[in-house]
Design a protein around this ligand. Structure first.
Ligand SMILES: *[C@@H]1O[C@H](CO)[C@@H](O)[C@H](O)[C@H]1NC(C)=O
Ligand SMILES: *[C@@H]1O[C@H](CO)[C@@H](O)[C@H](O)[C@H]1NC(C)=O
Ligand SMILES: *[C@@H]1O[C@H](CO)[C@@H](O)[C@H](O)[C@H]1NC(C)=O
Ligand SMILES: *[C@@H]1O[C@H](CO)[C@@H](O)[C@H](O)[C@H]1NC(C)=O
Ligand SMILES: *[C@@H]1O[C@H](CO)[C@@H](O)[C@H](O)[C@H]1NC(C)=O
Ligand SMILES: *[C@@H]1O[C@H](CO)[C@@H](O)[C@H](O)[C@H]1NC(C)=O
Ligand SMILES: *[C@@H]1O[C@H](CO)[C@@H](O)[C@H](O)[C@H]1NC(C)=O
Ligand SMILES: *[C@@H]1O[C@H](CO)[C@@H](O)[C@H](O)[C@H]1NC(C)=O
Ligand SMILES: *[C@@H]1O[C@H](CO)[C@@H](O)[C@H](O)[C@H]1NC(C)=O
Ligand SMILES: *[C@@H]1O[C@H](CO)[C@@H](O)[C@H](O)[C@H]1NC(C)=O
Ligand SMILES: *[C@@H]1O[C@H](CO)[C@@H](O)[C@H](O)[C@H]1NC(C)=O
Ligand SMILES: *[C@@H]1O[C@H](CO)[C@@H](O)[C@H](O)[C@H]1NC(C)=O
Length: 794
């Protein structure tokens, strides 16, 4: 049992203006279980600050809570911070009520019984690290680009209950930045030419790209996002979190020389082959006095907008963008000038940096350069996110970042890709080892996925690992997770447990990280080719790191559970997961069809195996499989599996209230054609990000591909149809698979798809169906009958 008394020393330097209460956690209970608002009582054992004072990154205590029965039939939770209270609350929810809140599925907490069970015994919990972090800068584009306040509220409750106290908060950045630039003398056109579209802001913020293709970012977007950020930051603070806010990075409109001829600025790298107009972003050198001036302007405006709620700032200047010089003094100068600019505006400033650069650009970032770069900042003034700790940790080679505090982060997913995948041993064993005996400066654990795509159990387990000093036993963990996950069904058949236990040991236990180290893609999401698709390794692997038949047997157990317990069809967690597992089984089945097609299709590919009739038939099967997968995804009724839902959320940001042109009258003069134009621009952004990802020929094509209903039928199927026809017709396929005519036709098709609009191809609106379970059941029954070899049934 750990003492709850907090050493007085931890309280020195706290700012009493930010003392918190349990009100935010009480409000969470009121929001999610209104019937039980009086059944939980809370008390804080100490009065923490809402934000980190100087040195707090290393001196902050671990969070601790106690859950007990109080004399009057309430559950009492005490703890040393609001997030400790929230963590105790979730412990009770999952352990006693078997209820939780989930991505996509939402909160299940309203299913709590009328009479809450009392505890068998008082329970104490303690985090093993003071900080739990969430988000990657790019999550704000891949996942949250078009989120509404409702989406954020759910996400923030999810984070609070899982003990996250250090969330990144990028929304609305462009509002402050625009005001800073306008004040500094840039014209509105300069700023408009600098900012990127709503689906690409993350890379503009990183200084990888500038400008927007397909249209300009409307001021209405900038203003409404800033309004959203006010709510987000306020809620984070209410829940007892320390938001990590942006600051001025140094990236500026390219016209800077016109206004500041003596300023020191350089051009950044060309990123991902984009035309220079969209990249090679201008970077104001941090030692230039103008840098500190703009920093002061930024932080002053930001504090005025969102309050003085944090001193931790996210700041990445060299993400996939190498410094102008590798000279050690230069690197030290950059960081010392940058931190000085922050400190001049906020004496408590702490700089949080994504450590991705040290991995992605390891040839530039030799150890002496990293040491020089980090050396420009005092150890207590920086936090480093070791961004991909489960696979490519950098903290060992840098001797724990030469003494800087750092956070062990699970990245897991690139581009919001969708595939069942996990490295369950790495995320339970490795952070505990780092903490126990390998690094003295690890201060947190966190999640830095590029997209929140699924595989939620792999994220849950890391955040729960942050409360256990021994590696969690995944067998026990998965079992308990299943019990909470499908709460509400009349019974939970053994098949649910066996399915998850099978995947735990296989799908979620990849140990060959040289072959695959992140969420998998299916080859059908890639531009068709006769070569180069199968067995890709690395961050977007297409290799399947388990026996596909093992997943089929897990699927059988899982699907069979509903035959035994039909109330599962009314359980959204079950129908969601059934859809997801079915998706993976069908995606895996595409590979052998493709391999057979390639062997049989074209005499010039392989004269021995050439068999045109087989090829024709196999080609049809490939297309049919994709259509049937599309049908299953659509029948699930889940927005998360649907292109239409993604587009609808984008279009919804163009609205009569937000897109009135500046200066126009308000009532009665809604400019519907302007709204339609803005909606189409948002839709273009939404489509472009998940397909060509870039202004012209697809710079990062298919990086952020998705297995979504509507996307299969309207994008992947037509590509594969063209491929099948061409491959069978042509005899000129080169050995490396290159086919210039096919390439050109595919690109024509892909480009045309970008500018289609919702109204033309998909109907006017998307409302998530609420009672589609019957349809999923029906469609699945048909699809399973149609593909006995895929589902292992006869
Ligand atoms: C922060 O740490 C430094 C070095 O350990 C120390 O000199 C300073 O007094 C500390 N500041 C606070 C506010 O605790
Ligand atoms: C129940 O007990 C808790 C803790 O002792 C106390 O804070 C709360 O006010 C009590 N509630 C009622 C309704 O008496
Ligand atoms: C509490 O005790 C009851 C009766 O022994 C038992 O069935 C139940 O599983 C226990 N609950 C927890 C969460 O330990
Ligand atoms: C853009 O950056 C690349 C280096 O990545 C460089 O070779 C090129 O000259 C730059 N172009 C411009 C216009 O600055
Ligand atoms: C950084 O470099 C600039 C330009 O060479 C110089 O004026 C400045 O004094 C340097 N600052 C530090 C902290 O080294
Ligand atoms: C916020 O308040 C603290 C404590 O009063 C102060 O030191 C800090 O400079 C303020 N931050 C900003 C950005 O104004
Ligand atoms: C991940 O776990 C495997 C064993 O399952 C181990 O071999 C590997 O070293 C771990 N990776 C890292 C980055 O620690
Ligand atoms: C994961 O796979 C490794 C290597 O095959 C094995 O040693 C380990 O027991 C497995 N872990 C789990 C949780 O299944
Ligand atoms: C991909 O890997 C599988 C399993 O190792 C193997 O059977 C197949 O030949 C490989 N395919 C290619 C194209 O390398
Ligand atoms: C063609 O297929 C045969 C039979 O599978 C195989 O032995 C041969 O290596 C293949 N040739 C080429 C060029 O792929
Ligand atoms: C393939 O050949 C058929 C029959 O000659 C023809 O109708 C079709 O247009 C061709 N398709 C392509 C993509 O060339
Ligand atoms: C197929 O892959 C090859 C080799 O990477 C490439 O040259 C070609 O453009 C790709 N696409 C087509 C349709 O040929």
């Amino acid at each position: 049992m750990r003492p709850l008394v907090i050493a007085a020393v931890a309280l020195t330097g706290l700012c009493t203006a930010h003392v918190q209460s349990a009100a935010g956690i009480k409000a969470l209970v009121q929001r999610r279980l209104p019937n039980h608002a009086r059944d939980f009582t809370f008390s804080l054992t100490t009065l923490p600050s809402s934000y980190a004072p100087t040195n707090s990154t290393t001196s902050k205590q671990n969070d601790e809570y106690t859950v007990s029965n109080s004399g009057n039939n309430t559950i009492h939770i005490s703890g040393n911070s609001p997030i400790a209270l929230a963590s105790g609350l979730r412990w009770y929810f999952t352990t006693y009520l078997h209820l939780d809140i989930y991505w996509f599925i939402g909160s299940r907490l309203h299913l709590a019984p009328q009479i809450l069970p009392p505890l068998n015994a008082t329970h104490h919990g303690s985090s093993i690290v003071p900080w739990r972090y969430h988000f990657n800068t790019v999550t704000f584009s891949y996942t949250t680009a078009f989120w509404t306040w409702d989406d954020w509220e759910l996400q923030l409750d999810w984070l609070a209950l899982r003990g996250v106290n250090l969330p990144l908060a990028w929304v609305g950045y462009e509002k402050i930045l625009t005001d800073v630039f306008l004040d500094a003398g840039f014209s509105a056109d300069d700023v408009a030419g600098f900012l990127s579209g709503p689906a690409f802001q993350a890379w503009n913020r990183f200084g990888n790209i500038q400008g927007s293709w397909g249209g300009e970012l409307p001021m209405s977007w900038i203003n409404s996002q800033s309004g959203l950020q006010k709510k987000i930051v306020a809620r984070m603070v209410e829940l007892g979190m320390t938001p990590v806010l942006p600051c001025f990075t140094g990236f500026v409109p390219e016209q800077i020389g016109e206004y500041y001829p003596n300023a020191s600025f350089v051009k950044g790298d060309q990123w991902e082959g984009l035309a220079p107009a969209y990249t090679n972003v201008t970077f104001l050198e941090p030692f230039d006095p103008l840098f500190a001036k703009l920093q002061k302007s930024f932080l002053t405006k930001q504090t005025a907008a969102y309050g003085n709620v944090t001193s931790i700032y996210t700041l990445d200047q060299y993400n996939e963008n190498d410094p102008y010089s590798g000279d050690l003094d230069y690197l030290r100068n950059v960081t010392s000038s940058t931190i000085a600019s922050l400190k001049a505006a906020d004496e408590n400033a702490i700089w949080l940096i994504q450590g991705w650069l040290f991995y992605s650009s390891a040839t530039f970032w030799t150890n002496d350069r990293i040491e020089a770069y980090l050396g420009g900042v005092d150890n207590s003034d920086m936090i480093i996110l070791d961004l991909f700790s489960e696979t490519q940790p950098q903290w060992q080679r840098t001797s724990s970042y030469y003494g800087k505090p750092w956070i062990w982060c699970e990245l897991h997913d690139y581009g919001g890709n969708m595939g069942l995948y996990g490295q369950v041993e790495n995320v339970t064993i490795n952070p505990v080892q780092a903490l126990a005996n390998e690094s003295s400066t690890i201060i947190g654990m966190g999640l830095t996925m590029e997209g929140q795509e699924g595989n939620e159990i792999m994220y849950d387990i890391l955040l729960d690992q942050a409360w256990s000093s021994k590696p969690l036993d995944s067998r026990v963990y998965f079992g308990e997770w299943v019990t909470s996950r499908y709460h509400g069904a009349a019974s939970l058949p053994a098949g649910l447990y066996s399915a998850w236990d099978t995947t735990r040991q296989t799908v979620y236990n990849n140990t060959e990280i040289s072959l695959a180290n992140a969420v998998t893609k299916s080859i059908f999401e890639l531009q068709p080719n006769t070569t180069g698709l199968l067995n890709r390794t690395g961050h977007h692997p297409t290799t399947i790191q388990y026996e596909p038949s093992v997943l089929v047997s897990a699927w059988k157990d899982f699907y069979g559970a509903a035959a035994q317990e039909p109330t599962l069809w009314d359980n959204t967690a079950y129908t969601f997961d059934l859809t997801d597992i079915t998706r993976q089984v069908m995606a895996n089945a595409f590979d052998p069809l493709y391999a057979n097609f390639i062997a049989a299709a074209n005499r010039s590919l392989n004269a021995t195996t050439y068999a045109p009739a087989t090829a024709a038939q196999t080609g049809q099967r490939m297309i049919a499989l994709l259509y049937d997968l599309d049908a299953v995804l659509a029948a699930s009724g889940e927005p998360h599996f649907n292109l239409a839902a993604w587009i609808a959320t984008a279009r919804a940001w163009a609205s009569p209230t937000t897109d009135l042109p500046v200066g126009s009258a308000t009532a009665g003069s809604v400019n519907t054609s302007l709204i339609a134009q803005v909606a189409s621009f948002y839709e273009y952004n939404a489509r472009n990000q998940i397909t060509l990802w870039g202004p012209t020929t697809g710079q990062v094509s298919d990086y952020a591909s998705k297995q979504w209903a509507g996307l299969l039928s309207s994008y992947y199927v037509p590509r594969w149809r063209m491929f099948v026809e061409y491959t069978m017709n042509t005899t000129t396929t080169a050995a490396n698979g290159a086919n210039a005519a096919l390439s050109a036709s595919l690109l024509d098709f892909e480009e045309a798809w970008q500018v289609q609009t919702w109204g033309e191809s998909l109907g006017e609106s998307y409302d998530a169906p609420t009672t589609r379970q019957g349809e999923l059941q029906r469609v699945l029954a048909r699809v399973v009958r149609a593909w006995p070899e895929v589902f292992g049934v006869s």
